[in-house]
Ligand binder design. Structure first.
Ligand code: NDP
Ligand code: MG
Length: 381
């Protein structure tokens, strides 16, 4: 029985993780659950899954939990869950840089980390990988592309891939002209063709910033040189990513677009489980197509390689500016197509500073947010 804590249990990844647990009560239990402010949803999950602990970062006024489990509140409560003795693995499925302290605390406490939150690696990649190495902790990817890559390299300890092929659906604006994208509304950006996900990552997919974040995530998870990570647009989302070896063999992992598959793989690793989701019938999958990404229509994508080349805190500032941009777009205060401008402008305002500790990351994040907020005023929707 693997005892799993889910941080972000009320979200898209969180609820799908609970569905995997629901299907496999003999293998997993939800030892602890945490969310930001969705008290009613979290309380309902507590009633169904009976975790020993539940935490809310921002509880609604007057909410004190129910007396069927140990409730706690505030930012520290989320981190305390990572330290619990009755937790074996922590699934980090919160949104944004809030995932970084949680990932670091889980590693520090020697827990296996099931990582959905890519922002933790984008902002703290070197620190997280070093901490995991030092503590001998496994960091198992949940992001579907990284899970695909991870699956493709299993059993090949002596063969480091020479190239990673990261597939991207291309999002709702894949076939739109630049002029059309300039008029895109937030409602159109929220209509992802293949995946149903939280609002932040859905906007990130439309701008292709999600793929930029995933390039950085792959750089750290698989210790790859940025120039050996290639993005290929694959609108059907059936090939989830692949790795190429020195002899030119390209291994890919395929399946229907269903996050429960990578979630279940991370939960049960190194084993595999049945009863996860629908299966792929290749005879009914239709044509699978691949195309090069268009950096002219999706300029934010190329920032991934730029910030990796720049190093230091540049990826942190990219992420911080993007969190501000997405928030403004979702509030209707910034036109969607300005995201790329806001990121590029924020990055250009300062050179990279070194990152030696978490405080450097948090400081760079704070500066980037301030700069992005100030810059956004001129494009306010
Ligand atoms: P959602 O917005 O659907 O859910 C986010 C969850 O995290 C909610 O439970 C939310 O609680 C909680 N949360 C948000 N912010 C905080 C915070 N500051 N502190 C504590 N809890 C918080 O997001 P997704 O499930 O879509 O995404 C989660 C992460 O997984 C992201 O990093 C995303 O990039 C990554 N990911 C998601 C995929 C997907 O298919 N959805 C695919 C691959 C990666 P509340 O409900 O109370 O607000
Ligand atoms: Mg992904």
């Amino acid at each position: 029985m693997r005892r799993i804590a889910i941080l972000g249990s009320t979200g898209s990844i969180g609820t799908q993780s609970l569905d995997v647990i629901r299907r496999h009560p003999e293998s997993f239990c939800a030892a602890a659950l945490a969310a930001r402010s969705s008290a009613a949803a979290l309380a309902a999950q507590v009633r169904e899954f009976s975790p020993a602990a539940a935490a809310l970062v921002c509880p609604p006024e007057g909410f004190a939990g129910e007396n069927n489990c140990e409730w706690s509140f505030g930012e520290e409560a989320l981190l305390d869950i990572c330290a619990r003795e009755d937790v074996d693995a922590v699934l980090v499925a919160v949104v944004g840089i809030a995932g970084l302290p949680a990932v670091l605390r889980a590693i520090e406490c020697g827990k296996t980390v099931l990582l959905a939150n890519k922002e933790a690696l984008v902002t703290g990649g070197a620190l997280v990988m070093e901490a995991a190495r030092r503590k001998g902790v496994s960091l198992l990817p949940v992001d579907s592309e990284h899970s695909a890559i991870f699956q493709c390299i299993q059993g090949r300890p002596n063969a480091h891939p020479c190239r990673i092929v990261l597939t991207a659906s291309g999002g709702p604006f894949r076939t739109w002209s630049r002029e059309q994208i300039e008029r895109a509304t937030v409602e159109q950006a929220l209509r992802h063709p293949n995946w149903s996900m939280g609002r932040k990552i859905t906007i990130d997919s439309a701008s292709m910033v999600n793929k930029a974040l995933e390039v950085i995530e792959a750089r750290w998870l698989f210790d790859m040189a940025p120039e050996d990570i290639e993005v290929v647009v694959h609108p059907q989302s059936v090939v989830h990513s692949g790795v190429e070896f020195s002899d030119g063999a390209l291994l890919c992992q395929m399946g229907l677009p269903d996050m429960r598959v990578p979630i279940a793989y991370a939960m049960s690793y190194p084993d595999r489980m049945g009863n996860v989701g629908e299966r792929l019938d290749l005879t009914r999958a239709g044509a699978l197509t691949f195309e090069a990404p268009d950096f002219a229509r999706f300029p934010a994508l190329k920032l991934a390689w730029e910030v990796l080349r720049e190093g230091g805190d540049a990826p942190v500032r990219l992420n911080g500016a993007n969190e501000v941009a997405v928030d403004l777009v979702l509030r209707g205060e910034l036109p969607f197509f300005r995201i790329a401008d806001l990121l590029a402008e924020t990055l250009s305002r300062e050179g990279a500073r070194p990152v030696r500790e978490v405080a450097d990351v948090l400081d760079a994040d704070r500066r980037a947010r301030e700069t992005a907020h100030a810059l956004a005023q001129r494009w306010t929707a």
